[in-house]
Design a binder for this molecule. Structure first.
Ligand code: URA
Length: 208
């Protein structure tokens, strides 16, 4: 039972590695890239979901190891969140050319892997990083009257999956701070709020 999640997540990894029909498969192979499946604790209470890997990520098979990752690491450090305790992943598992936003077809082709990751890990909290993953969550879980990311970041919502209720908090993408350094203050407030919810969730779980 202990290895159950490992085996199921490994199955997803094998499928992504071998599915030649995935829209970014040839681009991955031609560039000697790796898919980035996700990283972290298979029993994480909190899952961070972004858009798609960048070049550094595709070279190393790890999420958020480039410049945006450095910002995410700083945010985690200030909020006392340990990378090894959380799970970090993307909707699209392969790098889109030139780091462009994934197309609707790419999101459609890869998103079933993410749905399975959510069902396997069963996080109590989901945080999206950026607009693309926020819009995917809003559409997938049918959240009504949802505003723009500039209005809703840091707010707490609720998602209903087939077997659980999950707290959902949208955040700006860490890369935003590279283009608009003023945003870092808002991100710091959001991550502190998320860390508090995460801590409360850990305490509640210990009581059960
Ligand atoms: N940007 C993303 O959206 N995902 C990563 O893994 C890295 C950068």
């Amino acid at each position: 039972m202990e290895n159950d999640r490992y085996d199921k997540l490994k199955q997803i990894k094998d499928e992504v590695l071998n599915d030649k029909n995935l829209p970014l498969y040839s681009y991955r192979i031609d560039n000697h890239y790796f898919p980035v499946i996700g990283q972290g604790n298979h029993y994480a209470l909190i899952m961070f979901i972004a858009e798609a890997p960048g070049e550094e990520e595709a070279k190393t098979a790890k999420p958020f190891v480039g410049n945006a990752g450095k910002i995410l690491d700083k945010l985690f450090l200030m909020a006392k969140i340990k990378r090894e305790d959380v799970y970090i992943t993307n909707i699209v598992k392969d790098r889109p050319p030139g780091n462009r936003v994934p197309t609707t077809e790419e999101i459609e082709a890869y998103s079933h892997f993410l749905i399975r990751q959510i069902e396997i890990i069963k996080p109590r909290i989901i945080v999206t990083l950026g607009k693309t993953s926020m819009e995917w969550i809003v559409s997938k879980y049918k959240l009504k009257n949802f505003g723009k990311i500039s209005q809703v970041h840091g707010q707490i919502y609720q998602l209903k999956t087939k077997d659980q209720l999950i707290k959902y908090i949208p955040m700006f993408h860490p890369a935003m701070a590279l283009y608009d350094p003023k945003k870092i203050g808002e991100m710091e407030l959001d991550i502190k709020k998320i860390a508090k919810i995460y801590l409360d969730t850990q305490k509640n779980k210990q009581k059960c």
